[in-house]
Design a binder for this molecule. Structure first.
Ligand code: GSH
Length: 216
């Protein structure tokens, strides 16, 4: 089989997981239990020295970093038209993808894993609280942009990596008190994305619930 994907349920690996499924690609999903530290096992570190998911294996060659994986899959499955192919439209779509990956996602890391940034427990609480407020602002910005676009999905009528990433980021916020319902345009897009058959299959494989706030 050409492709394999190392993923953690509910982790950011959801984004390439969705793309592979949406493309109808044959791939081997390789589950890593992040809460058990399997990403730090020597066998996995040999595949990704960063000790993180996602890792896409294409013909025996490993690729890490979500954006690199998305761009590679976009090139492998051009018929999916996940991203504009040229011009300002492509640059702007990548700009949003990079913002999600380099700003919103690390903000969440400060909430979920403050121990990565300091061993001082009081400082960890403060980092967490600060970034939780910041994360709410990021979700609001996503909401406002989606509302302003007024389309079913980020880039129009079709799924893109931006939709899958938005779902993941919204779900993460919901684990820490950011009620998705309070971001109506974002939440509507997330629900539309979750209802796509390919996305629904990934949600089922990962056994995740999208709105963790509703469960609290
Ligand atoms: N910059 C990386 C971030 C990847 C990342 O943060 N992965 C998280 C899951 S969402 C992870 O594997 N965390 C486990 C750990 O850091 O120990 C990317 O874009 O792929």
């Amino acid at each position: 089989m050409r492709f394999a994907l190392y993923y953690g349920p509910g982790a950011c690996s959801f984004v390439p997981h969705v793309l592979l499924e949406a493309a109808g690609a044959e791939f081997e999903p390789r589950l890593l239990k992040l809460h058990k530290g399997e990403q730090r096992e020597p066998e996995f570190l040999a595949i990704n020295p960063n000790g993180q998911v996602p890792v896409l294996v294409d013909d025996g060659q490993a690729i890490n970093q979500i954006v690199a994986i998305c761009l590679h899959l976009d090139a492998c499955f051009p018929e999916q038209a996940w991203l504009p192919t040229t011009g300002v439209a492509r640059a702007q779509a990548l700009s949003w993808l990079l913002w999600m990956n380099s700003v919103v996602h690390p903000t969440f890391t400060h909430i979920f894993m403050p121990g990565k940034f300091t061993s001082d427990e009081a400082a960890q609480q403060s980092i967490k609280a600060h970034n939780l407020a910041l994360y709410g602002q990021h979700l609001q910005r996503l909401n406002d942009e989606i509302a302003q676009r007024g389309a079913p999905f980020w880039l129009g009528e079709r799924l893109s990596p931006l939709d899958a990433y938005s779902l993941t980021l919204t779900r993460w916020g919901s684990m820490f008190g950011h009620d998705p319902v309070s971001f109506p345009a974002l939440w509507a897009l997330v629900q539309r994305t979750a209802a796509l058959p390919a996305v629904a299959r990934v949600i089922e494989r990962e056994r995740i619930r999208i709105n963790m706030h509703a469960a609290t």
